[in-house]
Design a binder for this molecule. Structure first.
Ligand code: ATP
Length: 348
């Protein structure tokens, strides 16, 4: 039922403004891909192009082997939930969910008893059991989004397109629905494209994440790929907090000043570079090679973790260090830090 979606060299302008500048992406059948990026990066435009709601200036979108422009609306079989998706106000929740099923050609249309059962099952699935008689105006914004999701799922879509579908929900419901969608996807296997600007949501939910910036895809990969091996400084910074150190690469080592701070490098990019290190990848160690001396200047809480801010001679900005299970140092204490993982980029 689910289908591969191939996006080939898409360009899209709105007047003089280039919203998408050569975007290509292969989505496998039954894959869940998140389009992640800051506001204005082109996520919604790309999703609307996949849905056939926008026309590309260049490039094309294939469903399987077929250019989607050659498919009838019915054969595209797209389920979509957009950020501000309006339900039919004059229809009850049940009628809204049943709408896609009732609109099918007679030969494919389930009988009324089957439709009732499917609507009941879908409302159960989106955790709104028994609300089928209500009208959209009698629901919260979050409940409406879940009805929209049930309605999109009712037609058993070949491709499911979701644009920030949980944006309106409070944090707890949002997290529950995320796990629920992941589970639902595992069971139903719809090819799904999910737009979000929430890094955590994308990394937790998606098989692969495509990171957009300024109308281009900067990197596509699994959560581990993009988080631990960012292809660009933008991806690294967008996905989470990071410290930056100017270094010089000589052979397989990176030097901060004349001190080696990271070894085992495979890159052959000798010379000046920027080393990006996440706060959880700095460990307090005893006097060992590849350690960076510093002084603890500040201690604070950062969510569930404690965070030390460490001043290092020759570095204008203090290093942020997560103290997961590490013994907290005292303010003013001299410590040594080992970099356990870092990403090297050409010096800006
Ligand atoms: P957000 O997270 O804020 O929804 P986004 O990444 O989804 O952002 P898009 O909605 O795809 O971004 O917009 C990309 C760019 O294209 C933006 O600069 C936007 O202003 C512009 N744009 C989108 N639609 C139109 C339009 N119909 N006319 C003119 N410009 C548009």
């Amino acid at each position: 039922m689910s289908v591969a979606v191939t996006i080939e060299s898409i360009e899209k302008r709105f007047d003089a403004f280039a919203a998408l500048r050569g975007v290509s992406l292969d989505i496998q059948p039954a894959e869940l891909v998140a389009l992640l990026g800051p506001s204005g990066s082109g996520k919604t435009t790309l999703l609307r192009l996949i849905a056939g709601l926008e026309q590309a200036d260049r490039g094309r979108v294939l469903f399987g082997e077929t250019d989607m422009r050659d498919l009838s609306l019915r054969d595209r079989r797209i389920g979509f939930v957009f950020q501000h998706y309006a339900l039919f106000r004059t229809m009850t929740v049940g009628e809204n969910v049943a709408f896609g099923l009732k609109s099918r050609p007679r030969a494919e249309r389930p009988d009324p008893a089957e439709i009732r059962k499917r609507v009941g099952d879908l409302l159960e699935l989106v955790q709104l059991p028994g609300l089928d008689k209500r009208y959209p105006s009698q629901l919260s914004g979050g409940q409406r989004q879940r009805v929209a999701l049930a309605r999109a799922l009712a037609i058993e879509p070949r491709v499911l397109l979701l644009d920030e579908p949980f944006g309106a929900l409070d944090a707890k419901v949002r997290k529950d629905l995320r796990a629920w969608l992941r589970d639902l996807h595992r069971r139903t296997g719809h090819t799904t494209v999910f737009v979000t600007h929430d890094q955590e949501e994308a990394l937790e939910l998606a098989d692969r994440v495509a990171i957009l910036n300024d109308g281009r895809i900067e990197q596509v990969g699994s959560a581990d790929d993009v988080y631990d091996h960012p292809a660009t400084p933008f991806v690294c910074e967008f996905l989470g907090e990071v410290n930056k150190l100017p270094v010089k690469v000589v052979g397989s080592q990176a030097f901060f000043g004349d001190r080696p701070v990271l070894g085992g490098l495979s890159q052959n990019q000798g010379g000046q570079a920027a080393l990006y290190v996440r706060p959880q990848h700095l460990r307090i160690v005893d006097d060992l090679p590849l350690a960076l001396p510093g002084v603890v200047e500040h201690l604070r809480r950062n969510g569930p973790l404690r965070r030390a801010e460490v001043a290092v001679q020759g570095l204008a900005k203090r290093l942020d260090v997560d103290l997961a299970s590490q013994v907290a140092p005292a303010i003013g204490e001299r410590i040594r830090l080992r970099i356990t993982h870092g990403s090297l980029f050409a010096a800006a």
